[in-house]
Design a protein. Structure first.
Length: 414
């Protein structure tokens, strides 16, 4: 008989370690599994055993994303969906990750599962393992998963994370698709105008000169204006770049960053969309954390890290301090005007009735509805402005050319 050390995961997904006596490693593994554990690693006490996944050597050669991005988020989201399917059916997290390592066909998802399995096999939790892959799993998601692991309630937490990510990606997709058309129309209009100014108008000008005519006042103004743009345009661009550089450096300071982000929130229409987007993500994440079962104080601390707008983050931090001092959540939010009065009333009712999680879910849906409407208004407005801009430019150029030719043809007829 010899002593063996083991690392295992229980039915709640928590990592367990211990020592037991057996005649060999296989017997020790079987003995530990009889207690309901999923064994990750077994080694003789005092000896070193390197456990790695079948693809471990391959993973060392792979270069993964180190910065969170839209593409990385999509890969991580699909992996979480597959993980929820297995874990939601009753399979322990470690076994689910191990199975995905062998079953997934997508190379990136398979790579993720192999790395996560390696981390789990070395005794780390799922949330800690996911933090090793910041290009695919956001910091806020890993904290929520950590809360789910701590309370043994991971499956519903995974479901809420997936819903939150899907809603966020859907809103982002609407913004991108809504801006694509007006951007295309505006670029085409600018291209047509440049073609007229720098290619067609000079030829028409030469033709009119040979016929004894000249461009009318509108056409001359357009040509002179384009020449001025070519002459002074580079200096204007350089000035704008210098101004942007100075603003960027100023925004890196704490005071400058807060002031700049506060100014962005005051921009008509766009600022409202930015504010609603932050409030939607904040309320959705806060609701998910509340459902995970951890305390409100810790929830607010985790939510603060996910707020991108520095002015809102500063206000939220001040409100969190008041909550830590014993003030109610709606009163703290009300003091710093973090949310509209109606949403604060909903939070107050939920706090008094003990249904704060449901209240946050309702608020999140309300913010999502408002955000969708604002995005629709913005895209329609920008589309209309782009079409008007394109029509005005093309019409101006066309009228200038046609009237000039008409004047020359009229003088020739006499």
């Amino acid at each position: 008989m010899a002593d063996f050390e083991y690392v295992a995961v229980d039915k709640k997904g928590k990592t367990r370690t211990g020592t037991l006596s057996a005649k060999d490693a296989k017997s020790a593994r079987r003995k530990a599994m009889q207690t309901g554990l999923t064994v990750l690693k077994v080694k003789m006490a005092g000896a070193s055993l390197k456990q790695a996944s079948p693809n471990n050597q391959k993973q060392k050669k792979l270069t993964l994303r180190t910065k969170y991005s839209n593409k990385g988020e999509a890969v991580g989201l699909e992996f979480l969906k597959r993980l929820l399917e297995l874990h939601g059916s009753g399979m322990p997290v470690a076994d689910a990750v191990k199975l995905l390592n062998h079953r997934l066909s997508d190379p990136q998802q398979r790579t993720l599962s192999a790395i996560l399995w390696k981390e789990l096999a070395e005794g780390r939790t799922l949330s800690r393992a996911m933090r090793q892959l910041p290009g695919y799993f956001s910091e806020s998601s890993t904290y929520v998963i950590e809360a789910g692991e701590a309370t043994g309630n991971l499956a519903p937490i995974l479901s809420k994370i997936i819903s939150h990510l899907e809603e966020k990606r859907e809103i982002r997709s609407r913004v991108v698709s809504g801006m694509t058309y007006p951007l295309f129309v505006g670029l085409m209009a600018i291209g047509v105008v440049l073609f007229f100014l720098f290619f067609l108008l000079p030829q028409i000008q030469e033709m009119l000169a040979s016929l004894g005519g000249e461009l009318n006042l509108m056409a001359r103004i357009m040509i002179d204006g384009s020449n001025l743009v070519l002459l002074f345009g580079p200096f204007v661009v350089i000035g704008i770049l210098i101004g942007l550089g100075i603003t960027l450096q100023w925004s890196k300071t704490e005071k400058g960053g807060v002031a700049l982000d506060r100014s962005l929130l005051r921009v008509p229409l766009f600022g409202n969309i930015l504010s609603l987007s932050e409030l939607f993500h904040l309320s959705s994440l806060l609701g998910t954390l509340i459902w995970s079962g951890i305390g409100l104080t810790e929830n607010l601390k985790l939510c603060e890290r996910t707020i991108k707008n520095r002015f809102l983050r500063s206000s939220f931090r001040s409100a969190r301090v008041l909550v830590n001092e014993g003030k109610s959540l709606p009163d703290a939010f009300r003091k710093f005007k973090l949310m509209p009065a109606m949403q604060l009333d909903v939070i107050e009712v939920g706090e008094k009735t003990g249904n704060l999680g449901n209240s946050m879910d309702d608020i999140s849906k309300a913010f999502r509805t408002q955000l969708t409407k604002r995005i629709k208004v913005m895209t329609n407005l920008i589309s209309g402005m782009a079409l008007g801009f394109a029509f005005s430019l093309v019409a101006l150029v066309a009228i200038s050319i046609v009237t000039s030719i008409f004047q020359v043809s009229k003088s020739i007829s006499y």
